[in-house]
Design a protein around this ligand. Structure first.
Ligand code: PGA
Length: 247
């Protein structure tokens, strides 16, 4: 089975009801390639609102969730709560969670496990910082981040991996298609050797980091790039072009 092209939008901490209406308008206008799985990451306070407004075929994801079902964890939301309001997806391990909020590989792995056990689907992010790339440690870092999760994930069916080099996020400095392909192939190879060939063949690996309407097509042509995770450009009508990049 070929891997279905997947495009995620990550709105981060942006927007209000009015701008969500605007995003939903351009999504409705599309046209969106029907062969693409489309999921937008919405601030949790707007999840229900966005869910009621996005056109059919676009799903909403939370941008984070905690590793426990309930309890004394002020400010957190649980996968159970997301399920309760009809949300199917969550983004976990985003570099901003790792680097701004200090989330460790271990915590992200626990969150992944709990989200999957609860029945959510997970967009699991990984990626190296600039100094790690310059030190030749890209593969080591990405494999370390993913290995922590692999120890806890029994079934990869509901996991999409997003490779997002930290130096490319929000900087306008996209990885070249060759740089993205190199790391995606390393991730797939790691899956083949350390998990199993079926997971390697079937798991979508997205590229994220300054994806735009201009560079999305060349990235999408790479054999191990199965879509993209889009921050800034997911707030603009250009997102439609990125969704349709594989057409
Ligand atoms: P960007 O963000 O497209 O604005 O670089 C990507 C992301 O953080 O997922």
């Amino acid at each position: 089975m070929p891997r279905k092209f997947f495009v995620g939008g990550n709105w981060k901490m942006n927007g209000d009801k009015k701008s969500i209406d605007g995003i939903c308008d351009f999504l409705k206008k599309g046209p969106l390639d029907k062969n693409v799985e489309i999921v937008v990451g919405v601030p949790s306070v707007y999840l229900e609102y966005a869910k009621s407004k996005v056109p059919a075929g676009v799903l909403c994801a939370a941008q984070n969730c905690y590793k426990e079902p309930k309890g004394a964890f002020t400010g957190e939301i649980s996968p159970e709560m997301l399920k309760d309001i009809g949300i199917e997806w969550v983004i976990l391990g985003h570099s901003e969670r790792r680097n701004v909020f200090g989330e460790t590989d271990e915590l992200i792995a626990e969150k992944c496990k709990h989200a999957l056990d609860t029945g959510l689907k997970v967009i699991l992010c990984c990626g190296e910082k600039l100094e790690e790339r310059e030190a030749g440690k890209t593969e080591e870092v990405v494999v370390r981040q993913l290995t922590a999760c692999a120890k806890k994930i029994k079934d990869w069916t509901h996991v999409v991996v997003a490779y997002e080099p930290v130096w490319a996020i929000g900087t306008g400095k996209t990885a070249t298609p060759a740089q993205a392909q190199e790391v995606h192939a390393q991730i797939r190879n790691w899956m083949k050797e350390k998990i199993n060939p079926g997971v390697a063949d079937n798991t979508r690996i997205l590229y994220g980091g300054s994806v735009t309407a201009d560079n999305c097509r060349d990235l999408a042509k790479q054999p191990d790039v199965d879509g993209s995770l889009v921050g800034g450009a997911s707030l603009k009508p250009d997102f439609v072009k990125i969704v349709n990049a594989a057409k």
